[in-house]
Design a protein around this ligand. Structure first.
Ligand code: M6R
Length: 365
């Protein structure tokens, strides 16, 4: 039930601190700086044989997978690729015993992902699931896995399932990382950061009113660009998907580094850009990208974990979210994107929980 909320989409955005609490509940080992993931159905020793990881999914689950891949490569140094399941299924995928496949799905009923998993399994591959719906087709089909415990997600557009998928993949990366290069001290710090995430997301949710004003201001935009780098690049893709899906406005996510290679031609006052910026190695590069956009009369909406004053000066609109470890930052930077897609859709009078032409689970190819 929607309770006090006018839409499930808004309700589910606000449920994220609690759903993240469920995702991490009982799964962290603070003294050992790692996590304990019960249902993997793999002996820890099997992890030593993994030479590469292939993540398969569709839509928002695919973008959560891209964030997961970046975190796995950073912490565990295991080459990780992400595949669109509908493409993988027909691409005669290469399967061997050193590759671990991970299927990510909220519903566990997505036909493209199920068929890709069956193709891999028919070739003898091993597939784990990162699934929300308990007992779903994918949950039963996979060798083992991690339930994300997001609770029922009613709105067609995914919010809390996305953040919980990101959280589970972070914890999985931590387990793999601690078996390899990540020292105890860094593991302990990451566990602390993970434990703090429900409060950080709670804090991030306070941006709702500011984002509402910004969304109403840009409701007549031609198109909206989402730009980021690194672990947050998939957040840009997910932000654009949310806007397209719920508001029917055109939106596109790009790597900020890719701007000069084409998208810069789109910049004009009617096409605002949303920049996602965190502290760290990409910071100065992102500042450069904002300057490029402003120099071409583009509007810059800045979403950031950083308190650097330059961002406020450069921004046409400024949204601050709490500072967190770069690897976990997508969990807070996605919040303004979710609100933005909600309020722009509200301003345009869209059918927010049931966007035209879409179904909650895509059970046909
Ligand atoms: O149930 P799944 O996670 O497998 O669904 C995958 C996509 O269909 C889904 O994420 C879709 O893109 C959402 N509607 C996005 O908000």
């Amino acid at each position: 039930l929607k309770g006090d909320y006018p839409h499930f989409f808004l309700k589910e955005i606000h449920e994220q601190p609690d759903s993240i609490r469920r995702a991490i509940g009982g799964r962290l080992l603070p003294d050992f700086g790692t996590a304990k993931l019960g249902g993997l159905n793999l002996d820890k020793r099997d992890f030593f044989d993994i030479k590469r990881i292939h993540i398969i999914a569709m839509g928002s689950a695919l973008y959560a997978g891209q964030i997961g891949a970046s975190v796995i490569e950073t912490l565990a140094r295991i080459p990780t690729q992400v595949f669109d399941a509908s493409e993988l299924r027909y691409s005669n995928p290469i399967v061997d015993k050193e590759t671990l496949f991970i299927a990510v799905s909220q519903s566990g009923e997505t036909a493209d992902t199920i068929l890709a998993v069956k193709e891999i399994q028919n070739k003898g591959g091993r597939v784990l699931g990162v699934i929300n719906s308990v007992g779903s087709t994918l949950a039963r089909l996979t060798h083992g896995g991690m339930y994300i415990h997001a609770g029922q997600e009613v709105s067609v557009a995914s919010t809390k399932a996305f953040t919980n998928q990101v959280m589970l993949l972070n914890m999985f990366a931590l387990v793999l990382g601690r078996m390899r290069d990540v020292p105890l001290s860094r593991g302990k710090d990451l566990v602390k950061e993970i434990m703090a995430m429900p409060e950080k997301v709670e804090e991030a949710l306070k941006c709702g009113e500011i984002v509402k004003e910004i969304a109403y201001k840009y409701k007549d935009a031609n198109s909206i660009l989402f730009l980021a780098r690194g672990t947050n690049y998939p957040v840009a893709l997910e932000g654009a998907l949310k806007v397209k899906e719920v508001s029917y406005l055109h939106a596109e996510g790009f790597s900020a580094g890719g701007l000069k290679h084409g998208p810069l031609a789109l910049i004009c006052p009617e096409t605002p850009s949303i920049f996602v910026i965190t502290e760290g190695e990409y910071f100065e590069k992102m500042i450069g990208n904002i300057i490029e956009v402003k120099a071409r009369d583009g509007k810059a909406i800045i979403v950031t974990t950083s308190s650097d004053e330059r961002l406020k000066e450069l921004a046409d609109d400024y949204i601050k979210v709490p500072e967190v470890d770069e690897l976990l930052s997508p969990l807070v930077t996605i919040i303004p994107m979710q609100f933005f897609s909600y309020y722009i859709s509200l301003a345009l009078g869209r059918d927010i929980d049931q966007p035209r032409n879409l179904a909650k689970s895509v059970t046909v190819e």
